[in-house]
Design a protein around this ligand. Structure first.
Ligand code: PHE
Length: 447
């Protein structure tokens, strides 16, 4: 079934690409603010549990679906179960790709704008919250940065130079990691940081609610790039001989490590600087410059940080665009260039209301959420968990867990998955994710 398709040149190439997809704004921007809104430590525990119980098994599943079929998400389900409606699971993933990238690119645009702001200096008044609000509530600059970010993403996908980018990330991502460590040291040594560490590590069980559980599951899916076929698509470029289980462990492990470290960089500083951990989407953009302002060489580290955050965002964004591009290239026979340009253009337009929600359309809200948060809710807390749930059902009902396990274990590699996989994917994941989705959404919409 393998046609003339490009393939990753090595196992490392695949791991880098998939880790590049996973590690992004989700680990720093989204993780920290969602954890902040949802009680800190309790959220961290739930999130970690979902990574292990739901994230890892689904990562193995998605990579296997892609690897065995060499197809985009829609084509993969068609190939595995001809003539049934299961391809709709892939279609749901493509839908999620449009929605996620449209707001992801807005936030990535904030990050690009912050590179320039960091170069110029944030001003002596140190009003980081004011700077953030000033930026997002202006009309044109966020749209222009969103456009620049989409052009970069479209260009990389159209030219197919993705492999080169991943190789650059091999150097850049460890630097980001190192910078996070520096931020952590500064953050936890600020006077008053202890309260933040407690917030992040000492769970307050009174915060437990379906809403929090749903937020944790949504974040686990978002951060690992699961539930929408990004890992199916990347798995589809994997050679037969390459290992699945070990790669999945690397990807999930590195991704969670970056997220958890970001929390240690942000929460101690939030408390030390008397900020509100539940401040929402601006949390990282307000806190991080404030921490850099408190350290020697902070000016340079700050610039470097936002450059690296933007690079991390690019390597995630290309995986989002790749899902929708692979779909029309495989299924409709479009050229890569045309697909990248046209679909990237649609995504650009779709993103505009999300940024205008902070300026011209600031009166518009759905259940108390602004437009960007509404996109995020639809994608991250509804579509991704639903997609993951349906993929697990697909394995349970159609493909059979044992066949997936045997397929994943047939590739060389140190990690072999056991029968626990069958239990998790067939029973636990569908029941648990279904339960969290239903009760989480009920509690959300009841207010
Ligand atoms: N995982 C990416 C991040 O954390 C976002 C993403 C979600 C990418 C879904 C692909 C698919 O930033």
């Amino acid at each position: 079934m393998k046609k003339d398709r490009e393939q990753w040149t090595s196992r490392l190439g695949f791991i880098l690409a998939a880790t590049g997809s996973a590690v992004g704004l989700g680990n720093i921007w989204r993780f920290s603010y969602v954890a902040g809104v949802n009680g800190g430590a309790l959220f961290l525990i739930l999130y970690t549990a979902f990574i292990l119980l739901v994230g890892y098994p689904l990562m193995v599943t998605e990579i296997s679906v892609g690897k065995i079929t060499s197809r985009n998400p829609v084509g993969a389900f068609k190939a595995l179960s001809e003539g049934t409606p299961w391809w709709l699971v892939g279609a749901l993933g493509v839908f999620a790709g449009f929605i996620i990238l449209s707001f992801y690119s807005i936030v990535a645009g904030w990050s690009l704008a912050y590179v320039i702001k960091a170069v110029r200096g944030f001003g002596s008044d140190m009003d980081f919250a004011g700077t953030f609000v000033g930026h997002i509530s202006s009309v044109w600059p966020p749209i222009i940065w969103h456009g620049i970010f989409m052009l970069i993403t479209i260009g990389l996908i159209a030219m197919g130079v993705v492999n080169g980018i991943q190789r650059a990330s091999k150097i850049l991502m460890p630097v980001l990691f190192g910078l996070l460590l520096i931020l952590i040291i500064r953050s936890i040594t600020l006077p008053g940081a202890g309260e933040g560490i407690a917030f992040y590590l000492k769970p307050d069980l009174s915060e437990l609610s379906f809403n929090t559980i749903l937020a944790a599951i949504g974040q686990a899916f978002f951060s690992l790039s699961l539930g929408m076929g990004a890992m199916i698509t990347y798995g589809s470029y994997l050679k037969d001989k390459e290992d699945v289980n070990g790669s999945a462990a690397w990807i999930a492990g590195l991704d969670s490590a970056v997220a958890i470290l970001a929390g240690f960089a942000i929460f101690p500083a939030v408390f030390a600087l008397n900020m509100d951990p539940a401040a929402g989407p601006g949390l990282a953009f307000i806190t991080i410059p404030a921490v850099f302002a408190q350290m020697p060489l902070g000016y340079f580290f700050g610039i470097l940080f936002f450059i690296l955050l933007s690079v991390a965002a690019v390597t995630s964004a290309i995986s989002l665009l790749e899902v929708v591009v692979a779909w029309v290239v495989d299924e409709k026979g479009w050229s890569r260039k045309k697909a990248a340009l046209m679909l990237g253009g649609v995504i650009f337009l779709l993103g505009i209301p999300a940024t205008l929600g902070y300026s011209l359309l600031s009166g518009v809200s759905f259940f108390g959420l602004d437009i960007l948060d509404t996109y995020d809710l639809i994608a991250s807390e509804i579509t991704l968990p639903l997609g993951g749930l349906l993929m697990a059902l697909f394995v349970g009902i159609k493909w059979k867990a044992r066949s997936v396990r045997e397929f994943a274990n047939s590739a060389p590699g140190m990690i072999k998955i056991g029968k626990w996989y069958d239990v998790l994917i067939t029973y636990l994941i569908p029941v648990m994710v279904g339960f969290v989705l239903i009760f989480g959404l009920i509690s959300k919409f009841r207010g």
